[in-house]
Design a protein around this ligand. Structure first.
Ligand code: GDP
Ligand code: IMO
Ligand code: MG
Length: 418
């Protein structure tokens, strides 16, 4: 079965772990948006693998992984990631990793522009400073450098010159920074281009004859970081919702029936922007330390809060989610009381409707009795503590979507079908 998997909150829902599990029943795993702002963690036999650009499907033998046209690629980071995975014993070759020629390349000026813009902005976003936003800007303004241009000596030289003619005066005159020299970027990046050349493959052409294979589309970020449907401007610069999976991969001929939405049993967010159920003080410390809520990409502490079902309901609709995956249920073990947001208060009125501006709402909570037993060792729904089962059933009923999988620990095996 073909599957799209997306995050339903603000990212870091545990997508990497769930993808690794779903890979068992997939042949081709495709990233379709974002870049190395993503950090997907998979833990196998105590060994930790963190993915930024490479789909986590490379961990399983015989699978083909692809980086779709909707992804922005920092070639230096991609090469380093491939090297470090190889050192960890993962086999990566042009046979199991394919990169679309239409991916846009993150250049050094994108990274510095990302940091400089962020510094200058009165309303900070808290970006990962990986150059994601500026690279997508260039894509849309049609001065970007695609993988196909990058691996062609002449096209790359021409496009790099053209870009520096625009970016250097901007860096020097507007930001008071030093511009880039053509020669130094060109010689360094030509090496990256040569290293990546064997992996370049037109995904549309390559996979069309293989369309009966089982495809798994690996989303990055989360619904409320979506450029259109997220908490703009505190969002990333790509379309995160499931509707972008086929567009961002060039695989429109793949019929998708199953759309999985991954949500943590509570909520986290990295960076700035509204967060109605955000916690401070002891409860924040609890989630950050018990849930190890520190970013896989930047190491920043994640903001934490209770589960927000109003938000999830909207995310379910935005991606037409057919099944839910709930992760990190074990982090709630031992809490006497668990809160869940079921409505918002806006100007003293209770509303269940999703508002266009999340910054002026207050959460209305429903309280649940917690559980003292551990969920961590459970490998079936019936083995979960009664209160944990009630919690999951409530989520299912509220969202009118079935929970398909429940994850109860970071280990590969700590996940089961409901
Ligand atoms: P992603 O960006 O959505 O792939 O999520 P991240 O990998 O950035 O963050 C999720 C973190 O939670 C990772 O460190 C995972 O190893 C860990 N994790 C995933 N599922 C579970 C779970 O059910 N329980 C616990 N305790 N940790 C989990
Ligand atoms: P995964 O795939 C959590 C956040 C950043 C910032 C905003 C914009 O691991 O879930 P950007 O660098 O994209 O311009 O930053 O988006 N952000 C993420 N937060 N998980 C992610 O990815 C994220 N990718 C971007 O923290 O608030
Ligand atoms: Mg992450």
């Amino acid at each position: 079965m073909n599957t799209v998997l997306v995050g339903l909150q603000w990212g870091d829902e545990g997508k990497g772990k769930v993808i690794d599990y779903l890979c068992r029943d997939s042949d081709v795993i495709v990233r379709f948006q974002g870049g190395n702002n993503a950090g997907h963690t998979v833990v196998i036999d105590g060994k930790k693998f963190v993915f930024h650009l490479v789909p986590s499907g490379v961990l399983r033998k015989g699978k083909v992984c692809a980086i779709g046209n909707g992804v922005v690629v920092d070639p230096k980071v991609l090469i380093e990631e491939m090297e470090s995975l190889k050192k960890q014993g993962v086999s990566i070759s042009a046979r199991n990793l394919k990169i679309s020629p239409f991916c846009h390349i993150i250049m050094p000026y994108h990274k510095i522009m990302d940091a400089l813009r962020e510094k200058r902005r009165m309303q900070k976003i808290g970006t990962t400073k990986r150059g994601i936003g500026p690279c997508y800007v260039d894509k849309v303004s049609r001065c970007g450098i695609r993988m196909v241009d990058f691996i062609n000596e002449e096209a790359f030289a021409l496009k790099l010159k053209d870009n520096l003619a625009e970016k250097n005066p901007l860096l020097e005159k507007v930001y008071g920074e030093k511009g880039f020299s053509f020669d130094s970027i060109y010689s360094e990046y030509r090496k990256y281009a040569q290293a990546l050349k064997p992996y370049i493959c037109d995904l549309t052409d390559h996979f069309y004859p293989l369309k009966s294979k089982r495809f798994l589309f690996e989303g990055a970020q989360g619904t409320f970081l979506d450029i259109d449907f997220g908490t703009y401007p505190f969002v990333t610069s790509s379309s995160v919702v499931a509707g972008n999976a086929l567009l961002g991969s060039g695989l429109s001929f793949v019929p998708v029936k199953r759309i999985l939405g991954v949500a943590k049993a509570y909520t986290t967010r990295v960076g700035e922007g509204p967060f109605p159920t955000e916690l401070k003080g002891d409860m924040l410390n609890y989630f950050q330390s018990k849930g190890s809520e520190f970013g896989a990409t930047t190491g920043r502490p994640r903001r934490c809060g209770w589960l927000d079902l109003v938000l999830l309901k909207r995310a379910v609709i935005s991606s037409n989610i057919t099944h839910l995956v709930i992760t990190k249920l074990d982090i709630l073990d031992g809490l006497e009381e668990i809160k869940v947001c079921t409505a918002y208060k806006y100007r003293n009125k209770t509303c269940k409707q999703f508002p266009t501006d999340l910054s002026c709402v207050e959460p209305v909570y429903r309280e649940f009795k917690g559980w003292s037993d551990s969920c961590n060792m459970a490998r079936s729904f019936k083995n979960l503590p009664l209160e944990a089962r009630r919690y999951i059933n409530f989520i299912e009923e509220f969202l009118s979507v079935k929970v398909l999988f429940i994850s109860v620990g970071e280990k590969r095996e700590a996940i089961f079908k409901k």
